[in-house]
Write a protein that binds this ligand. Structure first.
Ligand code: GLY
Length: 259
């Protein structure tokens, strides 16, 4: 019996000091962020997940964005080495839990990889070459996963934090993206739906089985996807958007045989 597990991590009281790369700092309302995080966890439960919440590391303002610390596949997990030095110690708070479920491999120096840059489409792993993920990290990922039959494709990024900031899966064959940030030719084998230009960050949706979760404020994208028949679930993550984060950043979902 396989159970859908979603690892999450408590919001740091210092989230207002989070890393920012391409957006300007705005005030983050911590109590509101905590409330939105709790609603996010409830949405995951409503979609059938067993939510596990790891404690926050108050030295790490970005720790609730644990997606970046590990790539969990069916056969193995990759413990990353974040390109952001400020975020590197976040890995220590997540890896022991991952190791209860999967054998792990690690990305080592000089490799850098944040799993927000890794979009899995079946056996293909599309990996953004970004300010957080370098070619050495991608090569280490490719080498580590070759035996498992994964193909790793590097996609140079411009003007966006992670590949999944601007490109995520709607289903096994369709991606939602803002192609101003990378060469969309790399995705030619998939159907591409472009987000409306005013809603670039709407391209980060969280797919849980057939449900597609999206920030409620991205009205144009919500309407577009509903009109195309997707099973859309909305929730407000306004405080996390100010932290240059999205829905995928706040969980690591995977199937496990015993929990
Ligand atoms: N604040 C999210 C990040 O920069 O990693």
């Amino acid at each position: 019996m396989q159970t859908l597990v979603a690892l999450t991590r408590r919001v740091s009281p210092r989230i207002a000091e989070c890393e920012l790369t391409f957006i300007n700092r705005q005030a983050i309302d911590y109590p509101r962020a905590v409330q939105q995080h709790s609603q996010y966890q409830q949405l995951l439960r409503n979609l059938g997940a067993k939510v596990i919440e790891l404690p926050s590391d108050d030295q790490c303002p970005d720790c609730c964005f644990l997606e970046d610390t590990a790539l969990v596949l069916d056969e193995v997990a990759v413990i990353t080495r974040p390109g952001s030095e400020a975020r590197r110690r976040e890995v220590d708070g997540v890896a022991p839990t991952i190791m209860k479920y999967r054998n792990v491999v690690r990305i080592d120096s000089p490799g850098m990889l944040e799993a927000g840059d890794v979009l899995r489409m079946g056996r293909n792993l599309l990996v953004g070459v970004s300010t957080r993920t370098n070619q050495q990290g991608i090569e280490m990922l490719r080498t580590a996963l070759k035996a498992y039959g994964y193909e790793v494709v590097a996609i140079p990024m411009k003007g966006a934090l992670h590949l999944k900031s601007v490109c995520t899966a709607l289903d096994d064959h369709t991606v939602l993206a803002d192609p101003r940030h990378f060469d969309a030719g790399e995705l030619s084998e998939y159907k591409l739906i472009e987000v409306p230009a005013a809603e670039s960050m709407a391209a980060n949706v969280l797919r849980i089985n057939s449900a597609v979760c999206i920030h409620a404020g991205f009205h144009q994208t919500v309407d577009l996807l509903r009109a195309k028949g997707f099973d859309i679930r909305t929730l407000d993550i306004s405080e996390f958007l100010k932290a240059e984060a999205g829905l995928t950043c706040m969980s690591i979902p995977f199937y496990a045989s015993s929990t």
